[in-house]
Design a protein around this ligand. Structure first.
Ligand code: ZN
Length: 122
């Protein structure tokens, strides 16, 4: 399956507090997102924790949404999480990488996301 669009998000609220996967899962369950075939409510296909752990949350077709844990408007992402994100980009080799802020009036994945490290991929 060729991945057409690979969208990058971060998890963090306007107060700069950092969510982990379990909190994303709790919030998305409360938002009544339909459970995935993998048994999670999390909307994203993958979540990357600050220690670099990649959690596969939801099945996908030709589009992938990846959420990197970290408040990207307030602090740098861990180098482990960015390394895991690069691994996913390399593995799926998407036709296009985009950011949530590209199609929505948000800053996601944040002002401190290392955008320049992802320019040459895809
Ligand atoms: Zn987002």
């Amino acid at each position: 399956m060729k991945i057409k669009i690979f969208t990058i998000h971060h998890a963090g609220n306007s107060f700069g507090r950092q969510y982990g996967f379990s909190e994303i899962e709790r919030m998305h369950a409360a938002s009544k997102y339909v459970p995935s075939m993998l048994g999670f409510h999390t909307f994203y296909n993958f979540v990357i924790e600050p220690d670099g752990l990649i959690i596969h949350c939801r099945e996908f077709t030709d589009e992938i949404h990846v959420c990197v844990v970290g408040g990207g408007d307030y602090r740098q992402f861990s180098k482990e999480s960015i390394a895991s994100l690069k691994y996913l980009v390399k593995m799926f080799s998407p036709e296009k990488i985009q950011y949530h802020k590209d199609y929505s009036p948000k800053t996601c994945p944040g002002k401190l996301f290392p955008y320049d490290e992802f320019l040459s991929t895809g």
